[in-house]
Design a protein around this ligand. Structure first.
Ligand SMILES: [Zn+2]
Length: 204
């Protein structure tokens, strides 16, 4: 039997201190963790809330991804769009791949799912063809918006400290990459994608 939300919570509380805080973990002791453990503490675990609040774009709430079509695309075809953000962040390049129609990951039709798989591979390959990028990290979270959106984080070459799952945090800590440099890298990715996959490069 799977744990109910309350059983999951009770099980977690067994590992907390008197304030309901979990202890620091293996991750916080790993050399890629961006913060020193001294003085760090885990926030208290909150009780489960059922039902959960609707995400943007479900149960009648407006979908900002559908509303943003035509903004931010550096590449697109008839069914997909690859966008950059209006403000650069700490990673050399952060992009998001979305279907133009309103689907989440788990209701994507098989024909779009097949294209999605190929596009993830071709986009990651295009990002890793940049000489300043060692790795294209791919992540789908989907807790804020119900419209499928997959992040690509370009991890800069030579920074082993920035490898792995904490890079999304480093992206927020590092100063923004200069906009013209970021835009040139994005244009390169779009052009490589056009050559290897198809579609068209567009101005964001
Ligand atoms: Zn949508």
């Amino acid at each position: 039997m799977p744990l109910t939300p309350n059983e999951f919570y009770t099980n977690a509380l067994n590992a907390t201190d008197a304030d309901g805080r979990l202890p620091l973990s293996r991750l916080t002791g790993w050399e890629i963790f961006p913060f020193e453990a001294d003085g760090l503490r885990v926030v208290p675990l909150e009780k489960p809330v059922i039902p959960e609040q609707s995400r943007r774009g479900e149960n009648g709430s407006p979908c900002d991804s559908c509303a943003s079509i035509g903004r931010g695309e550096i590449w697109q075809d008839d069914r997909w769009r690859l966008i950059t953000f209006s403000e650069p962040s700490g990673a050399p390049l952060v992009m998001m791949l979305l279907p133009k129609d309103h689907y989440d990951l788990t209701d994507l039709p098989d024909d779009l799912a097949a294209e999605f798989g190929r596009l993830i591979v071709h986009t990651a390959r295009a990002i890793e063809s940049l000489p300043n990028v060692a790795r294209a990290h791919v992540s789908r979270w989907g807790d804020g918006g119900a419209h499928l959106h997959v992040f690509f984080f370009a991890r800069p070459e030579g920074f082993a400290q920035l490898r792995g799952t904490c890079f999304a945090i480093w992206d927020d800590l590092l100063p923004p990459t200069p906009r013209d440099v970021r835009d040139n890298d994005a244009l390169h990715v779009a052009q490589v994608l056009v050559t290897s996959y198809g579609g068209r490069a567009t101005s964001p």
